[in-house]
Design a protein around this ligand. Structure first.
Ligand SMILES: CC(C)(COP(=O)(O)OP(=O)(O)OC[C@H]1O[C@@H](n2cnc3c(N)ncnc32)[C@H](O)[C@@H]1OP(=O)(O)O)[C@@H](O)C(=O)NCCC(=O)NCCS
Length: 188
């Protein structure tokens, strides 16, 4: 996303602002010798997440982008055009997820620490938290062209529910990326 947009602070606000500022209790960090090597940002109530993004964060981020001049960069217009295409293809209307699987998550492990069970450890902590809250399930979105990440979710018992178009690294070249939504039911 940084390569795509350029303004690191605006991208960070967009991708992590909800989790750090509105639900830090569902944000898990893995450390090795004092260095962060992975994180899982979760939300127990995806409807609250969407509401907060639309009503609070996105308007704040839009104002910040204008003040910082981020919207006047040529790449911003490329993303806007891709966003219009994604909208036309129905990408922002997701069907699966929030009813059956109310919680959602994003997980990321430093490249040097991958395949060492860090992701699995983070996921274990979050799933315990979701179960403890009495929720029926959890969902996550994974890039279609990322077989390792798909394998990670499938190995942990997640099943594919739907695919939708999204803005990706090749958006500036007019290429649309696809994302797979995976869901996992939790039994108490
Ligand atoms: C997906 C990701 C979080 C996995 O974290 P990780 O710490 O490397 O994964 P783990 O070591 O805990 O692996 C757990 C299982 O996932 C599968 N897996 C993990 N990495 C894999 C790889 N490179 N290839 C194939 N399977 C893999 C394995 O089945 C593994 O279990 P096993 O070793 O017992 O077979 C990490 O690769 C990552 O940060 N990817 C980029 C960000 C991303 O795509 N996030 C997901 C979308 S939000």
């Amino acid at each position: 996303m940084e390569a795509l947009f350029g303004d690191q602070e605006v991208v960070a606000d967009l991708l992590t602002g909800y989790y750090t500022d509105y639900e830090p209790s569902s944000l898990w960090v893995a450390e090795h010798e004092g260095k962060v090597v992975g994180y899982l940002s979760g939300a127990l109530d995806s409807r609250r997440y969407i509401w907060t993004m639309v009503r609070r964060l996105i308007p704040q981020i839009a104002i910040k982008s204008i003040i910082r001049g981020a919207l006047w960069r040529p790449e911003a217009w490329g993303i806007l055009m891709s966003g219009m295409t994604v909208l036309r293809l129905g990408g922002f209307h997701r069907h699966a997820g929030t009813d059956t699987y109310p919680a959602h998550l994003h997980v990321n492990v430093d490249k040097e620490f991958r395949s060492m069970k860090v992701g699995q450890l983070l996921m274990g902590r979050f799933l315990e938290q979701v179960k403890g809250a009495g929720l029926a399930g959890v969902h996550a979105s994974v890039r279609e062209d990322s077989p390792d990440s798909r394998r990670f979710f499938e190995r942990l018992g997640f099943v594919e529910m739907e695919r939708y178009p999204t803005i990706g690294p090749d958006s500036r070249k007019g290429r649309i990326a696809y994302v797979i939504v995976y869901g996992k039911e939790l039994t108490s």
